[in-house]
Design a protein around this ligand. Sequence first.
Ligand code: FCB
Length: 628
Amino acid sequence: MDERPRVQDLKLIFKILAYALGIILSLWAVTVFYLLNAHPDITWDWDSINTSDIHFPSSFAWGTATAAHQVEGNNSNNNWYQWEKAVDENGISRIHNNDSSAMAADHWNRYPEDILLMKDLGVSHYRFSIEWSRIEPQKGYYDLESLSHYRKMCLAMIKAGITPVVTLHHFTHPIWFEELGAFEKETNTEHFTKFAKLVFEELMDIVPIWCTFNEPSVFVAQGYFNGIFPPGKKDPVLAGTVLENMLNAHVETYHLLKAIPGSEKVKIGLVKNIFQFDPLRRWHLLDWAFSKILNDVYTNAPLEFLKTGKSSFYMPGMVDNEMLNPEAPGTLDFIGLNYYSRMHVKGRLNPEEPFVFDTRQQDIMTDMGYPLYAEGFYRALKTISDVGVPIYVTENGLADDKDTVRPLFIERYLYALNQALKERIDIRGYFYWSLMDNFEWAEGYSMKFGLYEVNLETQERKLRKGSQPFIDMVTKRGSDERGYLVRIGETAADFTMDYTTGEQVKLSDLRGKVVVLQFTASWCSVCRKEMPHLEKDVWQAYKDKGVVLIGVDRDEPLDVVLKFQKEMGTTYPLALDPGANIFGLFADKNSGVTRNVVIDQNGKIVFLTRLFEEREYQEMIKKIESLL
Ligand code: FCB
């Protein structure tokens, strides 16, 4: 019998293969199409955005942040000190350039000077961490002098008008705790909670905001997965355990501290770092798959746990750790967000290294190798808002030795922050990382994150030019709850406006009269509702008695405004306001249009309304009458 495949058989096999390939490719295409639509790559057209055209609420907390080991100097009793002295298998230092933290920025001694630097920036808050190894250098032995040092430091801040914000664990802990197995063992948690309680009782009367842990996900990823932070392990299962133990330690600490009388007034939260993991090749399913796994394990799992008390630390084939703690929900008075950038993930068909991080050519990079991605900050704020508690941005900044990217970074990231606020995400404050250059962990002193540059030899601090946009925003006038930038009693800024008739009027030329500026627009239904009332109660009633009522139309062309005026049938003058620049003198341009500003005969602002509220409107009429 002839066993050679016949031509027809081969043809059939090819047909089947081609068919199968077609199905696979179509499924691939459909899935990628779905993913592209479900998760668009959010990028903004920065050329068309004016990043300076924003305002923050005047109640917004502006601050800077540091961490003990990175700035204090002379910390020689913690896990990082050990790590700085250790070498890897090849005898090479664990720290870039063989650096060690050593004297760092000598903040332990120079804090009075550093508080003055904060004042110069105009900030009102300072986030720093308490070095556990100073407070409890040996197990059960407490150094009360160190504790009182931190109290002195907080009192000095308060005296200078700076609110202290404390972090209890920022990557470092005493050597004895590391030797006990640190957070690898659940039973070790009690050592941390004891320390936390001691510090809390000492400072709770003067420190209103507390962070239990800084970035458990970073601590775990770098110390137990990548092995580049102490204890330098690469063990995904252990990583899962440590994360679970740290999150549980947060929960326990929260309950313990909140049981202390007087602690109701104090806010306690945890600091979560978010890096988005985005596919490098948006058409590649492997890149999507690994991005999803990483986002889940790094961000979604811990957030889910804090919100519901239940989630799992899962990486296929590596680790599946179910986390469950019914006590977890409700243990956040706020959540801290540390945001820097995103990572691009490239999947590989290599079981040894199934994914790598890669960069894209078109991105502007910072010295840490992170792309400038302010849109990601906005995304992270949205993600973290899902936990349902107020947010503080506890860290955001960049390493930029040449100081060339810093201004752009600050402008864009603050704009993104403002966008999130505009969407009513409950963000209470922002802490810039960092006040000054410091010891950047495995990167040593090579990364320059400071608003102030530090000369490590002389300890001289110098403000970086590129920090200016931060100062400008911090010192810029904030808006009140109604979006007003002006306050009653102030003199109104002068400006010139064009009436629809072509006539020009300068506000200061109207001195001696009561001026009512009505901010309006043709698309504004509340304004339309109010206008006939203003016509009757202000214009017709007082136009001959020293009152000028002017409708200031927000950023519409003359023909639209003329039509609007005709439709309304009002007879008081309407003025044009291109770019809403007149509006912007009085209120945040991002806030609602309907408002009246009453200015007295001397040019002082005497009444401000928002929306068309009957009571407020009547009070305004009375105010006008009283001026005549
Ligand atoms: C964060 C750390 C902080 C600092 C910045 C650059 O992950 O919390 O200590 O190193 O990164």
